[in-house]
Write a protein that binds this ligand. Structure first.
Ligand SMILES: Nc1ncnc2c1ncn2[C@@H]1O[C@H](COP(=O)(O)OS(=O)(=O)O)[C@@H](OP(=O)(O)O)[C@H]1O
Length: 269
């Protein structure tokens, strides 16, 4: 079924939930459509990034019907669950990852809000225990990263790994790297004209979260789930985990990450 949906020229944006998916979608969309739209006319001003770039696993019909010129698809699927046709094709894969503790806090609030539970009714401790046991929407977070990481070691030319915190701290360098990787590098003239800067600003948390579209309306995540747009924009603060983790929790998750990620060079702390 998916064989007809994906093409070798596609670029697949892959991520575990709550690691920067919305941001990566916005940036990739803005980079590839910058010849058509500028920061004042971009569809991103009125459309949730998730409605600009469909999820492979949730929007088969939509992808089939509206296969547009834009070669961008996204997925939360683990690498081992990707359709064989994608793995066999030469399509490029961008993978975004984030500090594991901030991912957990972000995921906790997202799920809690969807379930319409208060912090008192759904204490963080429960989410922490589930997460450490690997109970998650799409594989334990560390396995999700490791599967893509191993594949990237075998086919480095096909992969770009981006870290959420790096994107935040040095947006110009990493957005330029993203643009080069997806085949639309910024020219010197564009940089001088502020095109790169404008895209970074357009896709920033500050801009996107304050748009009317982000504050109202719902996103049809799949046939059964309708999610309020606002749920995709919370705080976007590095280190928010410090407001939730006890020393014992920090120690436990750091140990887990050390065990799982040793030798990869990937830093999730
Ligand atoms: N533009 C932009 N820039 C930086 N950060 C952003 C942006 N948009 C969303 N966010 C923050 O990303 C977190 C949501 O992660 P995802 O987008 O991966 O969520 S999802 O998997 O698509 O549901 C979630 O993080 P937390 O605030 O820490 O919960 C969002 O607030």
């Amino acid at each position: 079924m998916w064989d007809t949906l994906t093409q070798p020229s596609d670029i697949l944006l892959c991520s575990g939930p709550k690691t920067g998916t919305t941001w990566l979608k916005a940036l990739s969309f803005a980079i590839l459509t910058r010849g058509k739209f500028d920061a004042s006319t971009s569809p991103l001003l009125t459309t949730l990034p998730h409605d600009c770039i469909p999820f492979l696993e949730n929007h088969v019909e939509k992808i089939k019907e509206n296969r547009s010129d834009l070669p961008l698809l996204a997925t939360h699927l683990p690498y081992s669950c990707l359709p064989k046709s994608i793995i066999a094709s030469n399509c490029k894969i961008v993978y975004i990852y984030r500090n594991i503790k901030d991912v957990l806090v972000s995921y906790y609030h997202f799920v809690r809000e969807i379930a319409k539970l208060s912090v008192e009714d759904a204490p963080f401790e429960g989410a922490f225990d589930d997460f450490c046991q690997g109970i998650s929407y799409s594989r334990p977070y560390w396995d999700h990263i490791l599967e893509y990481w191993k594949a990237s070691q075998e086919m480095p030319e096909r992969f770009l790994f981006l870290k959420y915190e790096d994107l935040k701290n040095d947006a110009s360098s990493y957005v330029k790297r993203l643009a080069e990787f997806i085949g639309r590098p910024f020219s010197v003239e564009e940089e001088k004209a502020g095109v790169l800067e404008n895209i970074i600003n357009l896709c920033s948390f500050n801009t996107l979260s304050n748009l009317e579209v982000s504050k109202s309306g719902s996103y049809q995540a799949d046939e059964n789930a309708s999610l309020e747009h606002r749920l995709f924009f919370r705080k976007a603060e590095d280190g928010d985990w410090e407001n939730y983790f006890t020393d014992a929790m920090k120690e436990k998750i750091d140990k887990l990450v050390d065990e799982k990620m040793s030798g990869t060079g990937l830093v999730l702390k």
